[in-house]
Ligand binder design. Structure first.
Ligand code: SF4
Ligand code: MG
Length: 317
């Protein structure tokens, strides 16, 4: 992933260097024209620049799918893994190197289908990392199959008469897991809100799950079209403890004051009722993070030998 002019491993961190958005850009993104992933990539690059995250201290981990091309387009460390396995890889990285900033990028198929068990248990383990779930309601890379979040009745190559099951609700699922720490939703077509939400997730201490409603003009063109054209369909959750974007006040006038520390209210708001809600549903920074509760103390070779000998002596006959 790196084209920094030297191996990232060989580069000493340059404390005085100011990073620009260009420093984080890598290969030209090959998503379809109009794909929402382009806007999400731009928001992430803005975040990296605003927070001045050194590329050699930043890792993007992905699974498989259109969204999982993300690490190729960023000039940071990256790990393009296998189906549904981004979260355990990222947790391992964070456990071994808690000093790194770790981001996970998944699609709805990746996260909610083959990766569902990892998603649930990573929420419960609560590592301090950011998980972006780009939800376009379809398997796009493999060319239009029904995914767990495809709305009922939407046709695909695998269910040409329309999806026969109601869609999974990723917000409700995450909010139902013990130890949940941060849950938010935003949309790729509201750049200011998208950026503010990713920033809030990054600054949160704990596992920050962000569902990003993502347009796929190739296969699910109509999914968010009505909400894009009619801001009245969108309801913003606003609160000083969540995300507030004053420049959206004029366009998005449906607003609900929601305290994100209220888990019961968050669960009620996550239930489908025809509105598209954007904002922070829940946030709790008081929970222990996984890399601290599971931290392995650093020991010298001599200490390791002494511990090993003590353990073996316990079994001496
Ligand atoms: Fe984006 Fe859809 Fe094209 Fe994939 S298939 S790159 S999600 S527009
Ligand atoms: Mg998808």
């Amino acid at each position: 992933m790196s084209d920094l002019g030297c191996s990232l491993l060989a580069c000493a961190p340059d404390e005085d260097r100011e990073w620009t958005m260009e420093d984080y850009a890598s290969a030209v993104a090959r998503w379809c024209p109009g794909c929402g992933d382009h806007a999400i990539l731009t928001a992430v690059q803005r975040l990296l620049e605003a927070e001045q995250l050194p590329p050699e201290q930043t890792v993007f981990v992905s699974g498989i799918g259109c969204a999982s091309r993300f690490p190729h387009y960023l000039n940071t460390y990256g790990f393009h893994g296998v189906h549904g396995r981004a979260l355990p890889v990222a947790t391992g990285i964070k456990l071994r190197r808690p000093d790194l900033d770790v981001f996970v990028v998944m699609g709805d198929g990746d996260c909610c289908s083959i990766g569902a068990a990892h998603w649930v248990h990573t929420t419960r383990y609560n590592p301090n990392l950011v998980a972006l779930m780009l939800d376009n309601g379809v398997y796009g890379l493999t060319k239009n199959q029904t995914s767990p979040t495809s709305p009922k009745g939407v046709a695909s190559n695998t269910q040409p008469r329309g999806a026969w099951l109601p869609p999974m609700n990723p917000l409700a699922v995450t909010l139902g897991v013990a130890n949940v720490s941060f849950v938010a939703q935003t949309g790729d077509w509201v750049p200011a809100h998208l950026y503010a939400t990713i920033l809030a997730a990054y600054r949160h201490r704990g596992f920050a799950f962000v569902r990003i409603l993502q347009r796929c003009p190739q296969y699910t063109m109509g999914l968010f079209e009505a909400a894009v054209r009619d801001p009245g369909m969108v309801e913003l959750l606003v609160h000083p403890g969540g995300v507030e974007v004053p420049e959206l006040d004029r366009i998005y006038q449906n607003r609900v004051r929601h305290d994100p520390s209220d888990l019961d209210a968050a669960r009620r708001l996550a239930e489908p009722d025809g509105k598209i809600r954007l904002g922070v549903f829940y946030r709790n920074e008081t929970l222990p993070v996984y890399e601290e509760t599971r931290a392995v103390p650093t020991r010298s070779a001599a200490e390791k030998v002494a511990l090993l000998n003590a353990e073996l002596d316990r079994h001496a006959v």
